[in-house]
Design a protein around this ligand. Structure first.
Ligand code: NAP
Length: 283
């Protein structure tokens, strides 16, 4: 049976360092503060917000919550972004996406001050990630994947990593972070041919597809490390599951992250760390 890479242990280790940095910031009279901008009431957003607020409160990070109705118009949204930008007591901003269809998401993202972009949604943050130069935070979930691997001592350098999914939020940033850690990276997507052949040859497989248990046992080989980023609701099992068929794959591979309680548990710990860094802390 594979080693189970639970997120809670990695998150706790991160939290310990973040809490210490918060303590030092408070001695300097700075309370690190996260602004959360949520449009509408999407259950996923509300659940993530609840987890983020809980973690911030535990670590002594203040939260400024701004909620707008789903039917809000662009001008009102931009006014709230400008307000969070100009408030020097707010160090980082998390804006939930996708935004409702009537809103111009690109303009909203680009309006955010780069130094407050703690979830890596501006093109400036993406450029920093892709060039390795300049400042900017990676998207929290992408960085959580790396944090989980490193917490469990998985060597990345020189390994063959196959990332399944090429979204701007997960697949692409994870591929850049893995490349920066000197993995040899293959990025797969919905038009990839012979997906199972490629994943079977990898040392590390990172699944970020968004399709219920779609990577089955034939995609894996003994000894592999598998990180499952997917969060899907299985109608038949009536519970959250990942992109990997955990029950069939766990007995086969060397290590695997569960869903829930895997990557998702680390994501808010990375968010908290980013807020503290944005406030001038050292984590
Ligand atoms: P997304 O934007 O829908 O992207 C999915 C990617 O998977 C696309 O690149 C798509 O390829 C690829 N894909 C779809 N079907 C495929 C198939 N059969 N074979 C190979 N590739 C396939 O999704 P996302 O935003 O990246 O999210 C991915 C998953 O992560 C979702 O389950 C989401 O809920 C979860 N998630 C988890 C966290 C966390 O904290 N753990 C945070 C955010 C999201 P194309 O580009 O060709 O369409």
């Amino acid at each position: 049976m594979a080693e189970i890479l639970k997120g809670a242990a990695a998150a706790a280790a991160l939290d310990e360092k973040t809490a210490e940095a918060v303590h030092l910031l408070k001695i300097r009279g700075i309370t690190p503060t996260l602004g959360i901008l949520r449009v509408g009431e999407r259950p996923d957003d509300v659940a993530y917000e609840r987890a983020a607020v809980k973690r911030c409160e535990k670590l002594g990070i203040a939260v400024r919550l701004v909620t707008l109705p789903a039917a809000v118009m662009q001008g009102a949204l931009m006014a709230q972004i400008a307000m969070l930008n100009s408030d020097s007591n707010v160090h980082g901003v998390l804006m939930f996406r996708p935004l409702p269809a009537q809103l111009d998401e690109v303009s909203a993202c680009e309006a955010l001050m780069p130094v407050k972009d703690v979830d890596g949604i501006t093109s400036g943050s993406a450029a920093a990630l892709y060039t390795g130069a300049g400042k900017g935070f990676a998207p929290c979930t992408a960085e959580a994947v790396i944090a989980l691997l490193e917490h469990y001592g998985v060597v990345i350098e020189g390994k063959n990593a196959v990332i399944v999914g090429r979204s701007l939020v997960i697949g692409r940033p994870v591929s850049m972070l893995m490349l920066a850690k000197h993995a040899t990276v293959t990025v797969c997507h919905s038009r990839t041919r012979n997906l199972a052949e490629l994943t079977r040859r990898a040392d590390i497989v990172i699944a970020a597809i968004g399709k219920t248990e779609s990577l089955t046992a034939d995609c894996f080989a003994p000894g592999q490390v598998v990180i499952d980023v997917g969060i899907n609701y299985s109608e038949s099992k009536r519970k959250l599951v990942g992109d990997v068929d955990f029950d069939a794959v766990a007995p086969l591979v060397g290590a695997i992250s569960p869903v829930p309680a895997g990557v998702g548990a680390v994501t808010t710990a990375i968010l908290a760390k980013h807020v503290v860094l944005a406030a001038g802390g050292i984590v």
